[in-house]
Design a protein around this ligand. Structure first.
Ligand code: HEM
Length: 201
């Protein structure tokens, strides 16, 4: 395992095609179904195509229109506001929160069941549906625990800032200097996240 925290190294690592998100494990269905289809865990051309789905929906939502309801739980607000703005309604939000709790960590039967219910309610073909769900899950980061690091794995030998990174190495990228990541995978929701945080101040 290698750890990069220098912001310049982290920028270079985001831009390095040999460093990709670790391949999601799990069997088909539930969280495994979701992770295998979202931009967040994809790479290369498939990543670009899936990311474009998230960008298309976000481009249609004016960040300043995302406002909390009177007395709304702050953890619920981002996914609820975005789901309504996209036209998905708020009935799916409890399941989004359940799935978000497992997205970057341990799977659970509750999270798998939540994803299956979301699949049944969110429109679009498999890829569109998964990336819409992924978008709402990622939005929960706005009022969730801070994102301190992200992980990559080297699919071939490469180097970052002069440090050799052999194929197969797991890499941790610390995000203190790049809280929303960096191109070509910079968080597409940053303007929306910042606008929502402003609403909560
Ligand atoms: C409205 C709120 C948000 C939405 C809709 C959103 C959406 C997304 C999506 C769809 C991705 C995947 C992009 C890709 O793989 O190409 C992503 C990545 C990312 N987001 Fe956000 N996000 C939101 C809030 C936040 C917040 C508050 C943070 C932390 C300050 C954050 C940090 C990141 C980072 C670091 C990545 C890159 C992860 C990586 O490539 O390893 N996001 N976001």
């Amino acid at each position: 395992m290698l750890i990069f925290s220098d912001p310049g190294d982290v920028l270079a690592a985001f831009a390095e095609p040999a460093l990709v998100p670790p391949r999601p494990g799990g069997v088909e269905g539930g969280m495994a179904w979701l992770r295998r289809r979202v931009a967040r865990f994809s790479s290369g051309e498939v990543h670009a195509r899936r990311r474009a789905i998230a960008e298309k929906y976000l481009a249609a939502v004016e960040p300043g229109t995302l406002r909390p309801l009177e007395g709304e739980d702050r953890r619920r607000f981002p996914a609820r506001a975005l789901a309504e703005a996209i036209g998905l309604g708020s009935a799916i939000v409890d399941d989004v929160l359940l799935a978000a709790a497992a997205y970057h960590g341990e799977d659970s039967a509750a999270a798998d069941e939540a994803v299956e219910r979301l699949r049944a309610q969110v429109p679009g073909d498999d890829e569109e549906c998964a990336n819409l769900i992924g978008l709402l899950i990622q939005a929960c980061a706005t009022t969730g625990p801070p994102v301190v690091a992200t992980k990559r794995v080297a699919v071939r030998d490469t180097e970052i800032g002069g440090v050799p990174v052999p194929a197969g190495t797991l890499v941790t990228l610390r995000l203190e200097g790049n809280p929303f990541g960096a191109e070509p995978r910079v968080c597409p929701g940053r303007a929306h996240a910042l606008a929502m945080l402003e609403e909560l101040r």
